[in-house]
Design a protein around this ligand. Structure first.
Ligand code: S3P
Length: 432
């Protein structure tokens, strides 16, 4: 979608306190793991976006009873091997996490499924999950052996010892889910740290799962998994858009309440601090081994900072915002080792470079990242979202920083992760 602006400069800042809808990664997992548990899983603050709705839809199609009341979501889990053969194709919409984790879950359950997704998801590689599942004994047919739509059938699975080619929490989690129901001990080695919600939550549910550095081992579960009772903390990747707005808009100050502070998700907060940003975080509670708390952000002057490649997987969803921050910081920022960005909801390297170049930012595309020399004066032009929620939100924040009127902007794709984005933002905006 493309949006254009009337050019009016509006000096403004953001101020206030806000809560975010539940973390998307934790929400997907709580629903899926709840379906495998024996008993009633009770969740509040499940992420309100379309991706998590996709997970609810496909689990329901597999016979899982999910009841949504005003503020609570109940999953009536019937234990391992309780999912039913769905009569319809499982449509994962735009959600890579739904598709990839459900592949591991369905293979472990031993059910036969057909799976597809929207045009963007059908372009994203699935062989990274399907090939190791085949080695475990699952069967699949996929377009070009790689893409959705697929047909997958589980069987009695063998354990697996595998080294992942990329640090991906989605692949790791899919194999953990399959490993929970495979004979023997499955070992998954990642090249770098990626988000570890599956390990934490399944361990809290009583699964036999162990972590040693980047190596996860999971043993076939002989006991039922305990159901989950959890208030899901706010999504720190959604909060990141507000963190950038508050950092870049002079005289801003915001408090983000009860947001996920899982250490594999806070790399962006560390990054903002490394640039000279004001970030004060405090852990308040821990549920299902998932820490959460409050974060205070104030506006600041920034100096360019290039994160080490080892930090990239834990910054992956925030890299569009890293680019926006870098465009306003003094000095050169080099992002390398981020080739995975090309396989997200859009080719995010291309999407970032196309938009920021149009807005007059000194940015160079690299094969596996980008280089930015700052600071730059943002010159508003049209926004090309590439149908990608995170690009649409990043460029909306860029427009705000450039002093543009964002009230006419409309990007339906934002509903994928953060339908309340514009309402929340408008509540915090104050004109000087
Ligand atoms: C996710 C993992 C990340 C991330 C995605 C959500 C998850 O993908 O980009 O938005 O919930 O596991 P990869 O693990 O494939 O990098």
């Amino acid at each position: 979608m493309t949006n254009k602006f009337p050019h009016v400069k509006l000096p403004l800042c953001i101020k206030g306190e806000l809560y975010f809808s539940g973390d998307k990664s934790i929400s997907h997992r709580a629903l899926m793991f709840g379906a495998l548990a024996t008993g009633k899983t009770q969740l509040t603050n499940v992420n309100s976006g379309d991706d998590v709705k996709s997970t609810i839809r496909v689990l329901s199609a597999c016979g899982v009873e999910i009841i949504q009341n005003n503020d609570a979501t109940i999953v009536n889990g019937n234990g391992f091997k309780s999912l039913k053969l769905p009569i319809q194709v499982l449509d994962c919409g735009n959600s890579g996490t739904t598709a990839r984790l459900m592949m591991g879950l369905c293979a472990g359950e031993g059910i036969r499924v057909e799976m597809t997704g929207d045009a963007s998801l059908r372009k994203r590689p699935m062989d990274r999950v399907l090939l190791p599942l085949r080695r475990m004994g699952a069967h699949f047919l996929a377009r070009s052996d790689k893409f959705l739509p697929i047909m997958l059938s589980g069987d009695r699975l063998n354990s697996l010892n595998c080294v992942l080619p990329v640090a991906s929490a989605q692949i790791k989690s899919a194999l953990i889910l399959a490993g929970l129901q495979a004979d023997g001990i499955t070992t998954i080695t990642s090249p770098r740290q990626s988000r570890d919600h599956s390990e934490r939550m399944l361990s809290a549910m009583g699964a036999n799962i162990h972590i040693d550095g980047f190596v996860v081992t999971v043993e076939k579960s002989t006991k039922p998994l305990k159901p989950i009772n959890m208030h899901i903390p706010g999504d720190v990747s959604s909060a990141a858009f507000f963190i950038v707005a508050a950092t870049l808009l002079k005289s801003s100050e915001i408090i983000i309440k009860d947001v996920s502070l899982n250490p594999t998700r806070t790399a962006f907060l560390d990054y903002v601090e490394s640039m000279g940003g004001f970030v004060n975080k405090e852990i308040i509670r821990t549920e299902m081994d998932e820490p959460s708390g409050n974060v205070l952000i104030k506006s600041a002057e920034l100096t360019a900072y290039s994160p080490d490649i080892s930090r990239i997987p834990n910054l992956i969803d925030e890299l569009p915002l890293v680019a926006l921050l870098a465009s306003q910081a003094t000095g050169t920022t080099i992002i390398k080792g981020a080739g995975e960005l090309r396989f997200k909801e859009s080719d995010r390297i291309k999407a970032i470079v196309t938009n920021l170049k149009k807005w007059n930012v000194n940015i160079t595309e690299l094969e596996d990242g980008f280089e930015i020399i700052g600071p730059n004066t943002l010159t508003p032009s049209s926004i090309e979202s590439f149908g990608d929620h995170r690009i649409a939100m990043m460029m909306t924040i860029a427009a705000l920083v450039a002093g543009e009127d964002i009230s006419k902007l409309d990007f339906p794709e934002i509903a994928i992760s953060f339908p309340e984005f514009f309402t929340a933002l408008n509540q915090l905006i104050q004109h000087d």
